[in-house]
Design a protein around this ligand. Sequence first.
Ligand code: NAD
Length: 424
Amino acid sequence: MLYKEPAPIKDRENPFESMMSRFNIAAEILGLDEEVYNVLKTPTRQVIVNVPVTMDDGKVRVFEGYRVIHSTILGPSKGGVRFAPDVFLDEVKALAAWMTWKCAVVDIPYGGAKGGVICDPFSMSAGEMERLTRAYTQALVDTFGPDQDIPAPDMGTGPREMAWLMDEYSRMKGSTIHAVVTGKPLVLGGSLGRVEATGRGVMVSAMAAMDKLGMDPAKSTAVIQGFGNVGAWAAKLMAERGVKILGVSDVSGAYWNDKGIDIEEAIEYKNNNKGRLEGYQNAEKISNDELLVSKVDVLVPAAVEDVITIKNVDQIQARLIVEGANGPTSYKADNIINEKGIMVVPDILANSGGVTVSYFEWVQNRMGFKWTLDRVNERAERIMNESFERVYAASQKYNVPMRIAAYIVAIDKVAMTYKYRGGF
Ligand code: NAD
């Protein structure tokens, strides 16, 4: 049988199989033919590198790294590089495929990729991080390229690492090549609006979904899990649209205020407190688990994978879930969410504002020109709204939840492009 249900792995779902389960449902609804299915189900290329790095104590450590290119059917592959102690190949494969679907959903001319290095960025000095980033770039110099494969930041990496990556790649090629990577610092060819782009896209998706559900933002409440780049920006911009944010959380726990959290103040507190909400006073401290199941209209998971699972999905009270994080809902929780009638704006749509503005950064680098913040925001908002409408229309047409609809839109586009380009 073509569309086989994957076997569950231990108690945590295998991210690649979780992605494939949704892919399979959408493929079956679309009647995807076997040839295209076989092309899309496996990554085009998986590179494993082992890079020696001299540590500050003079000893050499060898780090294992990955770059998975899932697809280049729509264009050069695009995707972040994750530095984390527990990153593994199946996770990178899933994230690479998600990038393919994400770029297709928002209709930008990129394929999907992802990178990872097993390391603990929080215990490494700046010098060690720089040597590791440069060594990883050297090992992948033939894989990366502005017309080939364009990395970006992900967990554990940021503008600093992207600057080193761009510099190392440029040195090896003998000229400055800004467009090889996105998410760079502003002075080095970064785009205005990139930092807040994902959170802004989450807000735009939330507003579009609330509109469909007949919810008035000014009379609605929300909680945001994760108060990093995505969560804090989403909270701030949603609050500006009138949504009362009753709770926010980070690794230190969750913070709740019946009258609404003052988001500007919470961000200022976090910025002065090493990026953490720990010790935040103007709220009651609750657990992260309580936050997820609290009585609010909108739940925005914007932290890590697998937080809405069969263990807590029964207790979720929100009417709308907007997935800022990648993969926050486990595959097994999907059915219960659907039975409860909760609308989910899935990750590959809701957090695609980030890759959209990364695409703008690449376009600006290639033009040798800088757009204004207004231009970036206006174009990104239009793309997010159009993408939302495309996915919503597919959900109506096929009578499926938004998540499956997003996969249908994405797979259909990639499959059609593949047909035009032709196989071997
Ligand atoms: P970040 O590192 O800036 O912030 C992560 C936040 O989550 C921090 O506040 C951290 O304390 C919190 N957190 C971590 N574990 C938690 C837990 N178990 N419970 C509650 N909070 C926890 O990361 P980010 O860039 O905001 O990314 C968040 C998510 O969004 C990730 O899944 C990422 O892949 C996804 N994403 C990010 C972007 C982007 O442009 N930054 C784009 C698309 C998707």
